[in-house]
Design a protein around this ligand. Structure first.
Ligand code: SF4
Length: 322
């Protein structure tokens, strides 16, 4: 049953709809508007999401207006070469970790790349993303970038010394691309975990960790990891709620050159669980009040809606992503 949405005219009336064939397609700024319009169906009825993923929760935390536009009204920003590369590398690592330990080599990863790429290339979202991205210059650059990321990956994680676990949801389920879902407070949360793993420590104790691969740029400061940790903590809360497993470590693997880790306790997860509930309460309050305020920050430069967002345009904040 879809959750009803109170119309939010105060934040959406300023959005000019742009359709293919519109002259704005000819100018670079509006090309992204056109890409957004292509992904919007006029039949879409604004609907509150039935469940929240960590990324949608993060969108709401950073800007309720953007959350409304993307997650409620159904607008989508343009895809990019970077998202296609990310999908490709995630698929390769998923396949790699399913192989016997002795086969997890860089050469094998390169072989898997060749096997996986045709399937990724044919995905409708890949085709749409490459059509949207003006920087796309052919598949060779994507494959070269993926090779570079894999090469770096093998300097970051020991793929032979650790093993993935089987998690008993409803029968054995691989610890790769694991779908987790649970009710937290009044809301349903879900997500896909890149890898859940158990390491046997020298003293025989089991050490469980949640691993997430990132193919984007390295954050310039550890302070900028807040959204990533929110995502990881959400996964850990969902694992605990769904199967009673308490994760001891969160690991963010940036294939561009660095691994960040963080230990967690049950008390940390209790605090985070309360934060997750607050996010949903915030969504409900915005919906009830029919008010989804924009919250301009320096990150607006990377928001697909920046060209027609009055809050950003009037904020005086410079666009650092022109
Ligand atoms: S431009 Fe900034 S304020 Fe406007 S919707 Fe995007 S993130 Fe929010």
């Amino acid at each position: 049953m879809p959750l009803s949405v109170v119309p939010a005219p105060s934040t959406t009336m300023d959005i000019p709809l742009v359709f293919p064939g519109d002259p704005v397609l000819a100018n670079p700024v509006s090309a992204s508007l056109a890409a957004i319009a292509r992904t919007f169906s006029p039949d879409t009825v604004p609907t509150l999401p039935r469940r929240l993923s960590p990324s949608s929760a993060n969108v709401f935390r950073s800007c309720p207006k953007r959350f409304y536009l993307e997650k409620v009204a159904g607008y989508r920003g343009p895809g990019s070469v970077a998202t296609v590369t990310g999908t490709l590398v995630h698929r390769i690592l998923e396949s790699l970790w399913q192989l016997p330990v002795e086969d997890r080599t860089l050469d094998m990863a390169r072989t898997v790349l060749c096997e996986v790429w045709p399937g990724v290339r044919d995905l409708p979202e890949t085709v749409a993303s490459l059509a949207d991205d003006r920087s796309y210059r052919g598949d060779a650059a994507i494959l070269a970038k993926a090779r570079d990321l894999l090469e770096c990956y093998f300097t970051l994680e020991d793929v032979t010394g650790e093993s993935t676990i089987e998690i008993p949801f409803e029968g054995p389920v691989s610890g790769q691309e694991l779908h987790v879902q649970a009710r937290i407070g009044d809301a349903e949360f879900h997500g896909f975990i890149d890898r859940v793993q158990t390491i046997t420590l020298p003293d025989g104790r089991l050490h469980r960790l949640v691993v997430d691969y990132k193919t984007g740029k390295l954050p310039r400061k550890a302070d900028y990891l807040d959204d990533y940790w929110f995502q990881q903590l959400t996964y850990a809360v969902l694992l605990r709620a769904q199967i009673g497993v308490t994760v001891a470590e969160l690991r963010l693997v940036f294939l561009t050159g660095r691994v960040f880790t963080r230990t967690v306790t049950d008390a940390d997860l209790d605090v985070h669980e309360a934060e997750m509930s607050e996010v949903w309460d915030g969504v409900q309050a915005c919906n009830r009040d029919a008010r989804w305020p924009g919250e301009p920050t320096i990150l607006c430069g990377w928001c697909p809606f920046k060209s027609f967002c009055l809050e950003f345009q009037m904020s005086g904040i410079p666009d650092r992503n022109r």
